[in-house]
Design a protein. Structure first.
Length: 276
């Protein structure tokens, strides 16, 4: 895939983001945190966005499309009916459509969590967004939207939602394959109920590798669950809750995203084998 940002995409993104944020300080922070190189360009908000995206294209040391994905992620992952600062009573849906249409003209697709891929990607690049559209997974979708929405404004709530995403996916798995539901419905016992039924690979020579993978997944799940207990919002924060930065909340959300895509992959693979 050509990793340069097409001109029409630069135009659409610059127009939409400048209207939504309309603050030099917000735009400067957004671009710098997303890895945009170079000095802050001069000009009004729209000109600044446009010139900075062009600088991304000129810098061969970065993946301009990946930087673009990070820049538009927070905006594109908002629910379409979210309030937009572009005008009184307006929502982000129109701006999201402008960006989606501009990407589409270059055979590009925005996917949840800041990923921009080539149209018609193979199933190996299938994301959580694709799976959410393929069945009744509203509980997972709602928690993921909550996690993404709160990363910047309420990292504690974002961590809580990240753990809830995993719990919802594990419950879906248990219900889908009629497994016994544990009495406690938090992440650790849910994972303990699911793990024995995964059977990722029947090849005996790969048993040790499979064990290492599952052990690693268990560690990540335990870590996110503990993170939620210590700093999340589910059990009350007290008067002086531990402080976390946006990067830590984003790590928890991204890890939960990866785990849930894995769980969904297994669900769909098992269903596919059952129908063969």
């Amino acid at each position: 895939m050509n990793n340069k940002i097409p001109n029409n995409v630069i135009g659409a993104v610059s127009s939409v983001l400048s209207e939504h944020y309309f603050s030099h300080t917000s735009l400067n922070s957004l671009f710098m945190e997303s890895g945009a190189p170079g000095e802050v360009p001069m000009g009004n908000c729209e000109t600044k966005c446009s010139n900075w995206l062009k600088i991304c294209n000129e810098d061969d040391s970065i993946d301009a499309i990946s930087v673009l994905g990070s820049i538009i992620q927070n905006y594109m992952d908002l629910p379409p009916n979210s309030y937009s600062r572009a005008g009184a009573g307006s929502t982000v849906e129109y701006g999201q459509k402008r960006i989606i249409d501009a990407l589409s003209k270059n055979q590009l697709v925005y996917r949840l969590n800041g990923f921009i891929t080539k149209s018609g990607s193979t199933p190996i690049s299938k994301t959580l967004e694709d799976y959410l559209k393929s069945g009744d997974y509203s509980s997972i979708e709602n928690e993921f939207l909550r996690a993404v929405e709160n990363i910047q404004t309420d990292p504690h709530a974002s961590v809580t939602a990240a753990c809830a995403i995993i719990e919802s996916a594990l419950k879906c798995y248990i219900e889908k394959f009629d497994l016994p539901m544990p009495q406690k419905l938090n992440v650790a016992p849910l994972w303990a109920a699911v793990q024995p039924s995964l059977n990722l690979n029947a090849d005996a020579t790969l048993a040790d590798d499979q064990h290492k993978i599952l052990k690693g997944i268990s560690s990540i799940i335990d870590g996110i669950g503990a993170f939620r207990s210590h700093i999340g919002s589910a059990h009350g924060r007290g008067q002086n809750p531990p402080q976390i930065v946006v990067a830590e909340a984003r790590l928890a959300v991204n890890a939960s995203h990866t785990l849930v895509v894995f769980i969904m992959d297994v669900i769909h693979a098992k269903i596919g084998r059952a129908h063969v």
